[in-house]
Design a protein around this ligand. Structure first.
Ligand code: FAD
Ligand code: DLZ
Ligand code: SF4
Length: 516
């Protein structure tokens, strides 16, 4: 074959991908490969693997429907090389292309491996930038250069101006403010029901994939039963439209709320689709703005939603590429404790945690506040080792890829980067969870008690965290309040709290490394 071999990875399922834009159907072949190395570099939730494999197979079918030649390697193909480099080398030997073209991977690990394709293949390899984001890596680097601190809010304003999203003709933000977060902290009323998300029946391709995943990866954390995700761009768009119709209007108000038995409330559940390419962030943000301009959604909802994607998602990716590979080793609070086993089993009397772990096991999903303020806060105040915590988050969510998972965990949840991403740790006692959820009402612990057998463990752990990190955090202007309270606390009271925290931590069962 004289032509180009175009490699498409499992999270690059976008027809407009940079490596497909100049494709010549008369000469070129697209390579896609299901490989053990990608399915097991961490033991991903089975629903994530099923999503990727089924979406890959549907994407390959739709390219073939356009008359494009696709070389597709299934996981159980006897000649499967087992990793992407091996599959590219095998395809080069088979098709003898003039060159290989691909979009560089979003994960550092695989991006490094792709650099080695040049030597592994013996033909020129062109690696292109991923254009599916609003902000290029060089643009982020130049924005970050010379700044003393990197704050999402300033980055976000710059992005709003650059894109014109929710910007008026006079250049001012729509409604006069950049951010309506103060309207977005309502507790969900008892009677509120969550509209369901759109669920999709498995077709023959998905059924085959689900059985493959059950057989090969059924031992990973997470349920494969009930797989009902969108697996094509068209389905993902339907799911997103259903969110816009039913949930976007309340997205802002209840963004931080949590309720027993209601895993998504008014969240979009689109992270997995955005991250594997089935949804386009530009289209999603434009649609949210339109919903506001058409009078369907209030401004606090549309702005809050757009900020998550245009602001947080882009900022997080920028930080990842700015700080890798050192970022993966960060542990500024010197946290060393292994992961308690209940992160995997959900077996704990702490209702907030058991609820989030159970739902994560079933759905491969938890919304942002559950990730940040339940499992995240627990990991922070209990001093869990960032490597183990990162591993857990990378395993359990269908939208987890290191480029977005790592800064959220190391930076936002654990403050293990010492403040690169956030200005202060999100440490909290049980009071926050009680304010934003109904979990405490269904818990055997009493959120109002600080010590004693019924006291909510978050309370003592919180003060233990504040006390043990005094040297690192007391100078932080945003931590003035807790240290003022700590400094006024009677030594006997602090001792009691710290002993309570230690006794609780000593009572836990911890997972062995490599066990999960
Ligand atoms: P919605 O609340 O409906 O928000 C819409 C979209 O905004 C999301 O789909 C996502 O693309 C984007 N978004 C919102 N917050 C963030 C954020 N902090 N960082 C990046 N994008 C954001 N997101 C991932 O995509 N993959 C991860 O592995 C991941 N790990 C996380 C780990 C921790 C500890 C925390 C605190 C957050 C993590 N997030 C991650 C961010 C966020 O929690 C998820 O994007 C969100 O819960 C996905 O659900 P949703 O689609 O219903 O989001
Ligand atoms: C997540 C994933 C999985 C489970 N399997 C594959 C695969 O078999 N083949 C593939 O090309 N990609 C897969 N992916 C997505 C990659 O892991 C992803 O491209 C990298 O993590 C970079 O973001
Ligand atoms: Fe969680 Fe404490 Fe509330 Fe129980 S009382 S749900 S442990 S915050």
């Amino acid at each position: 074959m004289a032509g180009t071999l175009r490699v498409v990875l499992g999270d690059q399922l976008s027809r407009g991908l940079a490596s497909l834009q100049d494709l010549d159907p008369d000469t070129d072949t697209v390579l896609m490969a299901e490989v053990t190395a990608e399915a097991t570099y961490v033991r991903h939730h089975p629903k994530k693997i099923a999503l990727i494999f089924s979406a890959m197979r549907h994407f390959a079918d739709s390219l073939e429907g356009e008359g494009i030649a696709v070389a597709y390697t299934k996981l159980d193909d006897p000649d499967n090389a087992g990793d992407l480099t091996g599959e590219v080398a095998r395809a080069v030997a088979r098709f003898a292309p003039d060159r290989v073209v691909a979009v560089s991977a979003q994960e550092y690990r695989l991006a490094q491996e792709m650099q080695r394709w040049r030597t592994a293949c013996g033909v020129p390899v062109e690696l292109r930038a991923d254009e599916r984001f609003y902000c290029s890596i060089p643009w982020f680097e130049s924005w970050a250069a010379g700044r003393k601190s990197l704050r999402m809010e300033f980055f976000y304003r710059k992005m709003r101006r650059a894109t014109g999203l929710l910007i008026e003709a006079d250049g001012q933000p729509t409604g006069g403010q950049w951010n309506y977060d103060h309207d977005n902290r309502k507790r969900a009323p008892d009677a509120i029901g969550q509209p369901d998300r759109m669920r999709f029946q498995q077709d023959a391709i998905t059924r085959e994939v689900v059985e493959l995943v059950r057989a090969r990866f059924g031992h990973h954390f997470g349920a494969i039963d009930g797989f009902d995700y969108a697996v094509t761009a068209q389905q993902a768009e339907q799911a997103f439209e259903a969110f816009v119709a039913d949930k976007l209007p309340s997205f802002g108000d209840y963004q931080d709320a949590m309720k027993v038995g209601q895993p998504m409330l008014f969240h979009a559940q689109i992270g997995a689709y955005l991250n594997c390419g089935l949804l386009d962030p530009h289209a999603v943000c434009a649609r949210a703005e339109k919903a506001y301009r058409d009078g369907h959604a209030p401004l606090n909802a549309a702005e809050g939603f757009i900020r998550q994607i245009l602001g947080w998602r882009e900022f997080i990716r920028g930080i990842y590429w700015l700080k890798m590979p050192e970022y993966a080793e960060e542990n500024r609070l010197n946290a060393k404790r292994p992961l308690p086993r209940f992160f995997w089993t959900g077996e704990t009397d702490m209702r907030c945690i058991s609820e989030v772990v159970r739902q994560t096991h079933e759905e491969a999903y938890a919304h942002h506040i559950q990730r940040l303020m339940v499992t995240g806060v627990f990991a922070l105040i209990a001093g869990l080792d960032p490597r183990s915590v990162n591993y857990w988050y990378l395993v359990v969510y269908a939208d987890a890829y290191e480029w977005v998972e790592l800064p959220n965990v190391t930076g936002m949840a654990l403050y293990a980067d010492g403040g690169v991403l956030g200005s202060k740790p999100y440490a909290a006692s049980g009071k926050y969870i009680d304010r934003m959820s109904d979990y405490c009402r269904h818990c055997r612990y009493d959120v109002k008690q600080q010590t004693g057998p019924d006291a909510c463990p978050f309370n003592a752990l919180y003060w233990d965290f504040i006390a043990r990190n005094r040297d690192k955090l007391e100078g932080n202007a945003r931590m003035t309040m807790p240290y003022a309270t700590l400094n006024k606390m009677k030594p006997e009271k602090l001792d009691g709290l710290r002993q309570q925290a230690q006794a609780f931590l000593n009572s836990l069962d911890y997972a062995e490394e490599g066990e999960w």
